[in-house]
Design a protein around this ligand. Structure first.
Ligand code: EPZ
Length: 438
C-alpha cells in the first residue's frame, strides 16, 4: 500500500490549483442515468472515487470515458441502454455515494437493485431517508440478501408520483438522490428541509441543462415539475471547496504565502470567517484566495489564535473541514473546542495527532485542543479521507520525517495531492505503487 513520506518545516509558497469537486462529480455522473443521450462533464477530478463511479456505471451498461489529460478533464457518459441496473456490493462497499444511482435508476427504468451500504468509519450513515422519500413517491421497496430492490408503481411499469416530501433530517445525497428521481416523476414534487450545499445547486444546474424543471436549489425548499424525458448536455462542475479549504489551512499552518487558485471563495464563507478569527490573513479574488500567516512560528499578535468550531449543514462550518481545522488548532495559542454535530464517529484523526505530540481530549462529540504543541514526526495511519488530510497538514509542520500509511484514503478525494504540495515547496513523496498503476 502506498505511503507518504513528509519532512516538516517548509512554509508553502506560490500558487496551488484546485480541481473539480468530488462531491459534485459523483451525483452529476449518476444523473447521466436519467437520459439515453450523451452527457459531457468538465472539470471532473482525477481521484479514486471517480474511477469507482466509472466502474459502477459501466457495470450497468453505460459507456464512460474519463477525460483525464484532455482539455477541461472532459468526461463523456452515455447510458443508452442500462442492461444490468444493479449497483453491485463489490463496488458499493468501496464507496457509499454509489447509492446515488438509486433515484435515477428507478426514475429511468422503473427498477433499481442497489446493495445496501454497510458501516462507515465516520458513522452509521443509513439511507433510510432516501428510501422513505421514494416510498412516498409510490415506489415499492423490498430487501433481498443485502440488496434493496425498488420498483416504481405498476410493478416498475409506471412513473414515480410527484408529492410533498419533508426530510426528517438534512441530508446531502438524500436531497440529490430524490431531486434526480423527481425530474422524471409525474406531476410536481416539493422537497422541504433540503441540503443547501453548493454540490446540490451544481447538480440542479446540470439537470436543468438536461431539460429538468427545478426551482429553489440551494434553498431548503426545492420544487420539481416532472417531465417525460431528459436530454444530453455539456456542463462544467464547481471547484472543490473542501480541497480549497484544505489548501488554505496548509498555507496557514506552515506560515506560508499561498495563492489558492481556481476556487470559489463564495463557497467558503464559514471557513474564511474562522481562519480570520484565528489571525490568518486572507485576500479574496474572484476565483482565488491568497493566504498568509506566521504559522506555528508566530508569536504575540502574529500567533495563530485558538478558535471554537461546531460543524453544521451548509452554510455552517463543514464537517469535511473539521479534521483539518483541528490540525491548525494544535498550532494555535490557547484552547479550542471542536464539536462534531453531523457524524457520530468523526474523530479518528485525534489519536494519530496525539501520537505526533498534540494535546487533545475528547468528550462525546467535542474535542478540546490545547495549543500550541510542537509536533514531532511519527508513523501514522490514515483512516478516512478528511482525517488523512489532517495528518498531512500536521506532518507539514512536524519536526522530522513522518510516514503516513494507507494513503489510498487520500487518493479517494484529492487529485495528485503530493505533486500539488511539492509544487509549492512541501517535502513530500509517495512510496509504493502510484494509484494502483502497475
Ligand atoms: C455527503 O455525505 C458528503 N458525501 C460527505 O462528504 C459529507 O461529509 C456529508 O454530505 C455532510 O456534508 C458526498 O457528497 C458524496 P448526509 P452524505 O446524508 O450525503 C444522517 C467527504 O469527505 N442520515 O448529509 O452521506 C447521516 O448519518 C464525504 O467527501 C440519515 O440518518 O451525508 C448523517 O449523520 C464524507 N439517514 C447526517 O444525516 C439518511 O438517509 C448527514 O448525512 C441520510 C443521512
Amino acid at each position: 500500500m502506498d505511503k507518504f513520506v513528509i519532512r516538516g518545516g517548509n512554509p508553502l509558497l506560490g500558487t496551488i490549483k484546485v480541481s473539480g469537486a468530488k462531491n459534485s462529480a459523483l451525483p452529476c455522473m449518476a444523473a447521466a442515468i436519467l437520459t439515453a443521450d450523451e452527457v459531457i462533464l468538465e472539470n471532473i477530478p482525477q481521484v479514486r472515487d471517480i474511477e469507482t463511479e466509472r466502474k459502477l456505471l459501466t457495470s450497468m451498461g453505460a459507456e464512460v470515458e474519463l477525460g483525464y489529460g484532455r482539455a477541461q478533464h472532459r468526461t463523456s457518459i452515455q447510458c443508452a441502454v442500462l442492461s444490468d441496473p444493479v449497483a453491485k456490493y463489490e463496488i458499493v462497499k468501496t464507496m457509499r455515494a454509489s447509492s446515488l444511482v438509486l433515484g435515477p435508476l428507478i426514475a429511468r427504468t422503473g427498477i433499481a437493485r442497489v446493495a445496501m451500504p454497510g458501516g462507515c468509519a465516520i458513522g452509521g450513515r443509513p439511507i433510510d431517508l432516501h428510501i422513505k422519500a421514494l416510498e412516498q413517491m409510490g415506489a415499492t421497496i423490498t430487501y433481498d440478501h443485502g440488496y434493496l430492490e425498488a420498483r416504481s408503481p405498476q410493478n416498475g411499469e409506471g412513473r414515480l408520483k410527484g408529492t410533498h416530501i419533508v426530510f426528517d433530517k438534512i441530508t446531502v445525497t438524500g436531497t440529490e438522490d430524490i431531486l434526480m428521481a423527481a425530474t422524471l416523476a409525474e406531476g410536481e414534487t416539493i422537497l422541504e428541509n433540503c441540503a443547501r450545499e453548493p454540490e446540490v445547486t451544481d447538480l440542479a444546474a446540470l439537470l436543468i441543462a438536461m431539460g429538468a424543471s427545478i426551482d429553489g436549489a440551494g434553498t431548503s425548499t426545492i420544487r420539481v415539475q416532472g417531465v417525460e424525458n431528459l436530454h444530453g448536455a455539456r456542463y462544467r462542475i464547481n471547484p472543490d471547496r473542501i480541497e480549497a479549504g484544505t489548501f488554505l489551512i496548509a498555507g496557514a499552518i506552515t506560515g506560508g504565502d499561498l495563492m489558492v487558485d481556481c476556487c470559489d471563495p463564495a463557497h467558503l464563507g464559514s471557513l474564511i470567517a474562522k481562519l480570520e478569527q484565528a489571525g490568518v490573513r486572507l485576500d479574496l479574488g474572484t476565483d482565488s484566495i491568497r493566504v498568509r500567516s506566521e504559522g506555528a512560528g508566530g508569536s504575540g499578535s502574529t500567533a495563530l489564535k485558538a478558535v471554537d468550531i461546531s460543524t453544521e449543514e451548509y452554510p455552517g462550518f463543514p464537517t469535511d473541514m473539521q479534521a483539518q481545522f483541528m490540525a491548525l488548532a494544535t498550532q494555535s495559542e490557547g484552547t479550542s473546542t471542536i464539536t462534531e454535530n453531523i457524524f457520530e464517529n468523526r474523530f479518528m484523526h485525534v489519536n494519530e495527532l496525539i501520537r505526533m505530540g498534540a494535546n487533545i481530549t475528547v468528550t462525546g462529540r467535542t474535542a478540546t485542543v490545547r495549543g500550541k504543541s510542537p509536533l514531532q514526526s511519527a508513523a501514522v495511519m490514515c483512516s478516512d479521507l478528511r482525517a488523512s488530510a489532517a495528518l498531512v497538514l500536521a506532518a507539514l509542520v512536524a519536526d522530522g520525517e513522518s510516514i503516513l500509511d494507507r494513503v489510498y484514503h487520500i487518493d479517494r478525494g484529492y487529485e495528485r495531492l503530493e505533486e500539488k504540495l511539492r509544487g509549492v515547496g512541501a517535502q513530500i513523496r509517495r512510496m509504493g505503487d502510484v494509484f494502483g498503476r502497475k
